[in-house]
Design a binder for this molecule. Structure first.
Ligand code: ZN
Length: 238
């Protein structure tokens, strides 16, 4: 592991590139693991959701299955950090929006900064989706959102990895909350659509003011017509 600064964000590519369907190649699992210990993203052809936790990269596949990513698997989009919690709280979460309120309480002066967090415990309800993967090269993410696999889980033990990005960064990142879930037994998970924790869960947070973005140098990336589709992004990544 190279010496990465704690609580800096490293991101590869842009959400707008995924929206434009650019996902045929990227950095490898091994490379991503040198950039941090907590993260999320996707795989080549947007085949499922990525979750980086405890120095392992997981592929949350459609139908809720999970595999550990191979060293040479390519990652066309990921955001991660070398997470060192600055605050640890015990909280209930009435719904997914409650996450935002917790972050607001922890740091009311971070509206235009990033926040990284990890939530562990028993979740009374989690609604997760996994993208099924492109049916043809260049298929835009917004189109994939229409055929995603969605599952409901009750009373599940697991971990949520999340990032909050400022509104003005929509399209570079996912503006607002972006959360992925994995079960403790590593058998299911996905991109979190809804979340409730009736019992208290452990909520660890860090504020991020340093962001490094690496852009793909590929022809496909440079040929893509990228623009920020706020409505489309909210419908697929909300
Ligand atoms: Zn996601």
């Amino acid at each position: 592991m190279s010496p990465v600064e704690p609580n800096h964000i490293y991101q590869y590519s842009l959400v707008n590139a995924l929206m434009a369907g650019v996902s045929e190649s990227g950095i490898t699992t091994t490379q991503l693991l040198t950039k941090g210990n907590l993260g999320l993203g996707t795989f080549v052809r947007m085949d499922g959701e990525l979750l980086l936790l405890d120095d392992k990269v997981y592929q949350l596949q459609s139908h809720g299955k999970i595999r550990e990513a191979a060293a040479h698997d390519q990652i066309p989009y990921a955001v991660c950090t070398q997470f060192v919690p600055e605050h640890t709280l015990s909280v209930n979460l009435a719904h997914k929006d409650a996450v935002d309120r917790v972050l607001q309480d922890v740091n009311p002066d971070a509206e235009n900064l990033f926040m990284a967090y990890r939530i562990t415990g028993t979740f009374s309800h989690a609604r997760c989706r996994t993208v099924k993967g492109q049916e043809y090269a260049g298929q835009p993410l917004a189109e994939l959102g229409q055929s995603q696999f969605v599952a409901e889980y009750k009373d599940v033990e697991g971990t949520v990895v999340g990032f909050r990005s400022p509104r003005a960064w929509q399209g570079f990142f996912v503006a607002g909350e972006h959360l992925h879930f994995i079960s403790d037994d590593r058998t299911f998970g996905g991109h979190v659509l809804e979340l409730t924790a009736e019992q208290e869960v452990k909520f660890e947070v860090a504020t991020v003011a340093d962001v490094h973005i690496e852009l793909p140098r590929t022809k496909t990336f440079n040929a893509a017509k990228m623009e920020t589709d706020d409505m489309g992004l909210k419908s697929v990544e909300g």
